[in-house]
Design a protein around this ligand. Sequence first.
Ligand code: F6P
Length: 366
Amino acid sequence: MTRRIAILTGGGDCPGLNAAIRGVVKASHGLGWDVVGIRCGFEGLLSPCDLLPLNLENTSGILTQGGTILGAASSGRFSAKTGHGQAGQIPPELIAEAQSSMEHLGISALIAAGGDGTLTIAQQFFEQGTSVVAIPKTIDNDLQATVITFGFDSAVACATDALDRLHSTAASHGRVFVLELMGRYAGWIAVHAGIAGGADVILIPEIPFRYEAVARAIERREAAGRKFTLVVVAEGAREEGGDFAVKGPMRADKEAQLGGIGDQVAAEIKKRTGKETRCVVLGHLQRGGGPTTFDRLLATRYGVAAVQMIAGGQFGMMAALRPPDIVPVPIKEAIGKIRTVPPEGNVVSTARALGISLGAASELAS
Ligand code: F6P
């Protein structure tokens, strides 16, 4: 009997998901397997099952497309609030219901492509007996156990392009521009794009900032004849002793929607320096659109590796990048704790060596 496997994409979308799906379908075809796509994450496994049979024809041409042809879902009965080990337990009877529809459909193994939330649920399926393997995706690049998740490079490219564009208008008008980027608990996008795009100040969740230090960095530039400044702020960045800037109420069962820190920083800079200041929120532009070459390749490699892991019976494992290889690692190692930017690590020390301010209190001593 032909083997039948399924793939789902959970949580928010990101560039590269379709490339991964295509990689899974092509590699499975080579082994003579059938692949079905589960629409809208784990929810699609509940009856009536929401399936899209996948084949070489309907996955042709999706390599370069953004989003996911399977649809994304970050809410519903299978939503797990995650980050810093807060993941909730999915009711075992819900997992059992999904397992019996998989059995009914002859699905012998499941590939879950997702970030911390999706992989937390995948682990619970595994512990309840499902043959599951995982593929790491998130623009935030905040998953443990892999060097890079796909989607990250595309988001950084988008943010760097935005900085390049702001650079010329900021310089022409002698203004301060604040660019608010995604990055809930981890400032990877902000620090990578900030360095690549020539930012002067980078504020990330891992280093609580002081407005005094930000204003001083701008005033120092001004004194040196640099009349404009580019400030990058991750959506999850906070003033020392402050809280996340959120849109709408905090909820126990769902991640709060972040946003607004860029405007707050811009207003405070104007107040403290008197400089004309503008804020741009890049938002979901970072998640939309097609994948970069790097992400196409990485997502395709993860997709192929997931199929190889199923063929080898390596369940409960996630495909991880350990350059130059893609290797299986236990899903358990990737979840529960977000991978954040080390404040003393190389990327931050590179920023400091370039004279970029992180808004840190320690900068006030120099
Ligand atoms: O996890 C990726 C991410 O882009 C976060 O950086 C951001 O906070 C969140 O998704 C936004 O998600 P939503 O689609 O719910 O607005």
